[in-house]
Design a protein. Structure first.
Length: 382
């Protein structure tokens, strides 16, 4: 099936993608780049997962590939869906997937997305900070919360702990206490050891830490029944999840009773500042030059404040740990709703922008020019 087509070609035998590609190219009518999607591989991997880890329900991370035919296939198989934005939730719900099969697994959410989740009854969502609890309390107090802890693999190609996850020993107990004081319901624990993990015991270590958080939560009156073991599982043909499955199954048997629901995702820079700010644009939007050309950005507070500047870092809105806009800056203490100004934008920042994670691409709100500069130009505009 060529990506973008509405039809699926069915065969009585396994069809090698390379053979399909050869036929398309040999037809002589294809000059543009194209995809061939083997939906059978999606089904086979689903079956293998359920065979190896029957207690772990896969929640497909929409951010990794939001092709509608793949989403339809997984929806038909009964998969859950890991969404990180309002747009991703809308895509999944458009397929008829019920809200209880969706988890809003972004620890830092914008207010409109929280309100939308509330409106469509997507109740499960993650958090890792007091500020997030306050937003949820105000806009969706009936949410079923999953606390995300940090437990990084010792060796991973793509660590996520630099952006998300609270310390399971120092921060998690405090956040659980705050949630209890706010009368918010914490129903589970999540973690993500990183992608491209080369140290499989990291899953066992993270699960043991999660078990400790379960016990702390119970002592505060929370009833935890969900464990989300994140993602990072190998997906290439020369890798397998057998070794990870062994570690996960062993730890589940030792630390988590059968009535605990277990889910997972189906699929660097060192920051020394203590204050992390999240904005609603990032390196997949206007700040792509940060990745492509190592460009540096210098944020300004739109409405100046007299308080002394403090060290901070500024992060984009996606669930990717690479979405770091400013590794180190000094700004007055910011509040939710403050606007930041970035000057000298435009070249490449607009044309490279993508809608990764369902985050919208910034639009031009206004064009303006001084009259004396515009004189003699407008007559040439059609």
């Amino acid at each position: 099936m060529i990506r973008g087509c509405d039809t699926i070609t069915q065969t009585s035998v396994h069809w090698d993608p390379k053979s399909v590609i050869k036929e398309i190219v040999a037809s002589g009518c294809q000059e543009d780049p194209f995809y061939v999607v083997d939906l059978g591989e999606v089904v086979r991997r689903w079956q293998k997962w359920n065979l190896l880890m029957p207690r772990v329900k896969p929640y497909y991370a929409v951010k990794c590939n939001n092709d509608m035919m793949i989403l339809k296939t997984l929806a038909a198989l009964g998969a859950g869906f890991d969404c990180a934005s309002q747009q991703e939730i809308k895509m999944v719900r458009s397929l008829g997937v019920s809200s209880d099969r969706i988890i809003f697994a972004h620890p830092v959410k914008i207010v409109p997305d929280i309100s939308y989740a509330s409106a469509v009854n997507v109740e499960r969502m993650t958090f890792d900070s007091e500020m997030e609890l306050r937003k949820i309390k105000h806009h969706m107090p009936h949410a079923k919360l999953v606390i995300r802890i940090r437990s990084d693999a010792l060796k991973a190609d793509h660590p996520l702990g630099i952006k998300f996850g609270c310390d399971p020993f120092t921060e998690a107990p405090k956040l659980l206490e705050i949630a209890a004081q706010m009368d918010l319901q914490v129903i589970g624990v999540s973690f993500h050891v990183g992608s491209g993990v080369q140290e499989f015991e990291s899953y066992g270590r993270a699960m043991r830490r999660a078990a400790e958080v379960f016990h702390k939560a119970a002592s505060l009156g929370h009833c935890c029944t969900l464990l989300d073991i994140g993602g990072g599982f190998p997906g290439t043909r020369d890798n397998s999840i057998e070794k990870i499955a062994y570690v996960v199954n062993k730890e589940l048997e030792m630390s988590f009773p059968d009535d605990v629901e277990v889910s997972s995702e189906y699929e660097h820079e060192t920051v020394t500042t203590s204050t992390m700010y999240f904005i609603n644009d990032g390196v997949y939007g206007s700040f792509g030059d940060r990745i492509y050309d190592s460009k540096k950005y210098f944020p300004e507070l739109l409405l100046p404040r007299s308080s002394a500047p403090v060290p901070c870092s500024i992060w984009g809105p996606t669930a990717d740990a690479l979405d770091l806009v400013v590794p180190a800056a000094a700004l007055p203490r910011l509040r939710v709703g403050d606007w930041l100004l970035f000057r000298d934008m435009g070249a490449y920042s607009m044309v490279l922008a993508k809608t990764f994670n369902g985050c919208p691409v910034p639009a031009v709100k206004m064009y303006y020019v001084e009259e004396e500069l515009w004189y003699g130009v407008e007559m040439f505009l059609v």
